[in-house]
Design a protein around this ligand. Structure first.
Ligand code: SF4
Length: 350
């Protein structure tokens, strides 16, 4: 046996054992830690398994397309990784009733049927009522438009108000399952409160999405494995991971960006462990690496978010993770979805 071939065989043996564990649903801490670290041939094999799981659960091979409207940058939180938030000196805006309806109708006429309304966390009664009025009117005009909200922690009564207005889905990421790390990242919040909000959303009948961030300062592989296990405790419809990006004016501005490969591995594991959920390929992947969003699709994602809803004049006022944001448009997604041999859900991208 030539020198080195034994090592190759040993490596193949390790790879084979990892894939067998993942295929059989043996999601122990050791298996998941190894999987988060895998690269090259081993990573390619894991992505292939994630795509097989996606095909089994989404046999149409379709990608859901969402448009996002960033409704307001007013925020009561102060997350250390974010350029917005309570202490930000930035000019504040909230898109008004008429403006929001006009934007949503423009998107609808383009063929979009899923709209994501995102804002800073703001539980002021007038803001939540404004959102509810907009959603109510949108749903009256376009009953087949699905409205997803991503507006942070609110009270049960406010979540109910928005649900009754017609919002059917809500994205509330827990970012990390490590309570101490969470408290450090989000000093004005606690993990317990976040999870309570998530439970309330599920109780009220929302289709809920959650997930984590990869590469947070102080985060370990063990934390990420715990994130994967936490996702399994909830009956979620959507799950996601984003790469940590140090916001230029945030408290973490001097920290290194998260690792794109670790985030892609996290996505593949989410698909393998909880295969029936929607997973977005987020713009943070593209920010971290050219073609990152294509690789997100190759790792099992099946949702894209087009940044065509927020008016150009306020886009720069929503620098959530970076002032130099990548805000992908139709052409970019058409190209990567085709290369990944997927297709758009009918009539959603024109
Ligand atoms: S990440 Fe969201 S909740 Fe946190 S400060 Fe930024 S806008 Fe507010």
């Amino acid at each position: 046996m030539a020198e080195g071939s034994e090592n190759v065989n040993m490596k193949e043996g390790v790879t084979g054992a990892l894939m067998r564990d993942l295929e059989r649903g043996n999601f122990t801490r050791e298996t998941l830690t190894q999987a988060l670290r895998c690269r090259d041939a081993e990573q390619a094999e894991m992505f292939a398994l994630a795509r097989r799981r996606r095909s089994e659960h989404f046999p149409g091979e379709e990608v859901e397309v969402r448009s996002v409207i960033e409704v307001s940058n007013i925020c009561q939180q102060g997350c250390k990784y974010c350029n917005m938030g309570l202490k930000s000196k930035q000019e504040k805006y909230t898109i008004g009733y008429e403006g929001l309806l006009r934007l949503a109708n423009f998107i609808y006429q383009k063929g979009r049927r899923v709209l994501l309304l995102q804002s800073g966390e703001n539980n002021a009664a007038d803001f939540v009522s404004h959102l509810a009025q907009c959603v109510h009117e949108l749903k009256r005009q376009q009953p087949d438009l699905a409205v997803i909200l991503c507006c942070g922690n609110l009270s049960k009564a406010q979540y109910r108000q928005l649900h009754e207005a017609g919002a059917s889905r809500y994205v509330l990421k827990f970012e990390t399952s490590n309570a101490a790390l969470y408290g450090n990242l989000k000093p004005r919040d606690t993990l317990r409160r976040r999870l309570d909000c998530m439970e309330t959303l599920l109780e009220l009948g929302y289709a809920v999405g959650s997930g984590n961030m990869v590469g947070l300062p102080g985060q370990t592989h063990e934390d990420m494995v715990a994130d994967l296990h936490l996702l399994g405790k909830y009956n979620l419809a959507m799950q996601s991971t984003t790469v940590f990006i140090p916001g230029e004016s945030s408290a973490f501005r001097n920290e290194p960006m998260g690792d794109v490969d670790a985030a892609l591995n996290m996505m593949a594991l989410m698909r393998i462990m909880y295969p029936g959920r929607l997973i977005p390929t987020t713009s943070s992947l593209e920010k971290g690496r050219a073609d990152g969003q294509y690789w997100g699709l190759m790792a099992g994602a099946n949702t894209v978010t087009v940044h065509d809803g927020t008016p150009d004049e306020v886009k720069h006022l929503f620098p959530i993770y970076s002032t130099k944001r990548f805000t992908p448009q139709d052409g970019h997604f058409r190209q990567i979805v085709e290369r990944a041999h997927l297709k758009f859900a009918p009539g959603v991208l024109k």
